[in-house]
Design a protein around this ligand. Structure first.
Ligand SMILES: [Zn+2]
Length: 420
């Protein structure tokens, strides 16, 4: 229900005014408008029902403390109380970002694994910073964030339920995304339950389907609240649980999960199996931290490259075949670069990324002669120190080349050693 007309002015508590531009949409709690404040385009969320004083006090505190990460569409100012509700100002989501539910409905698709990995890292980074600030989100679900399918850029909305760890917003979260201990009424949402919801979303970024919706859910076409409580609480079972096959994805229904799961590297599948095992589900404090997830995604990114045979994106581990079903040729890896807990295959064309940001640091090329020797080009603006096995230290200028040779060590922010 649209409440404001174009051109209407809404006074803000910080003294500024928001001028309504257009109606953007509405959710369960209220509507969102595009507004302009001092010539800047922003969004205004307006609640239909007057929220509690505690809720407003919490938003005021979050406004004052500021956003932990630009990934959050964080409240910037409260509107002055007026009849017919209250609202708050927040950044507008950038063009090209779509609500994740659109990915679920197959209206939007990621353009590459690279974009999925980037989105996963962005989500983890945002939650790491949120939790590091002593806050929890409490209501992570598939409608709570926007993603750019080409770049993996993420924006998280509905930040009005962000409360300090241990305090509760009064909402439990959206069914199917809540941690089982919340579903079962054992605890209220906190940063550990956030981590469960985050893992559900991470699985969905890669597989699109829901990690706990398999045969068990299909069996009950009319899922009553009591059944939902059971299937997402006491009897929760991962669709790819190794020990129990009672909730496998169903052919023709969970097509995405069945298609995507076999394409994922074992190191990622193993983490999902572990995090969705009975043991970890029942030990919230042992759930993987956001930082540990980021390390997994950095490793995945290290192994994602263009197939030298067909040019398609594929994960390269050992001598595994290309993912492209029309190619399936084995990709031979002779040398890897090891350091900082990472192992980067050195095959022709691979772009090496030392830093978390993903900025290219180097590229592997071949020497273009009969030797078959591979070279690494320094794509950074700084010289690298290269240590030889005999103890010599050489400097590799920006744009310079070095050979891919056993036992050479590249020392930049991290040390990487070349091994067979
Ligand atoms: Zn290929």
């Amino acid at each position: 229900m649209q409440q404001f007309e174009k051109g209407e002015t809404i006074r803000l508590e910080d003294g500024r005014s928001a001028i309504v531009d257009s109606f953007l949409g509405e959710g369960a709690q209220g509507a969102v408008y595009a507004v302009s404040v001092d010539g800047q385009r922003k969004a205004l969320k307006w609640f239909r029902k007057q929220p509690s004083e505690r809720f407003l006090k919490n938003i005021r505190k979050n406004i004052k403390d500021g956003s932990p990460s630009p990934t959050f569409l964080w409240p910037e100012a409260l509107a002055k109380v007026r009849t017919g509700g209250i609202g708050y100002l927040m950044p507008l989501k950038p063009d090209g970002c779509y609500e994740f539910t659109k990915f679920r409905m197959a209206k939007v698709r990621f353009s590459s694994f690279r974009a999925i990995i980037e989105a996963a890292m962005n989500l983890c980074d945002a939650f790491r910073l949120l939790h590091a600030n002593g806050l929890s989100y409490q209501d992570l679900n598939d409608g709570g964030f926007f993603i750019n399918p080409n770049t993996g850029d993420v924006r998280i909305c509905d930040c009005d339920n962000v409360y300090p760890h241990g305090e509760n917003s009064g909402i439990l979260g959206k069914a199917r995304y809540m941690a089982p201990e919340v579903v079962m009424g054992k605890t209220l949402p906190n940063s550990y339950t956030d981590r469960f919801s985050l893992t559900v979303i991470l699985f969905m970024l890669f597989c699109v389907d829901h990690p706990f919706e398999g045969f068990n859910v299909i069996k009950h076409p009319c899922l009553t609240e009591a059944f939902e409580q059971r299937l997402f609480g006491k009897d929760i079972c991962f669709i790819f649980n190794d020990e129990k096959d009672i909730n496998r994805p169903v052919r023709g229904v969970h097509r995405n999960a069945l298609t995507m799961w076999p394409l994922l590297p074992e190191e990622l599948r193993g983490k999902f199996k572990e995090q969705f095992s009975d043991r970890i589900i029942n030990s919230p404090q042992e759930r993987m931290t956001e930082m540990q997830w980021v390390d997994v995604f950095i490793s995945l990114r290290d192994h994602l490259m263009k197939c030298p045979h067909c040019g398609d994106e594929t994960f390269v581990y050992g001598n595994q075949p290309c993912l492209n079903p029309r190619c399936r040729k084995p990709i031979q890896v002779t040398y890897v670069m090891e350091g900082a807990g990472r192992s980067i295959p050195l095959i022709k064309g691979n772009i090496i990324r030392f830093e978390r940001t993903g900025v290219p640091s180097g590229v592997v090329i071949d020497k273009n002669d009969a030797s078959g020797l591979l070279l690494i080009k320094n794509l950074t603006e700084k010289a690298w120190t290269v240590l030889t096995p005999s103890g010599k230290s050489l400097s590799l200028a920006p744009g310079g080349f070095m050979p891919v040779k056993q036992d050479l060590v590249i020392s930049t922010i991290f040390k990487f050693k070349i091994n067979k």
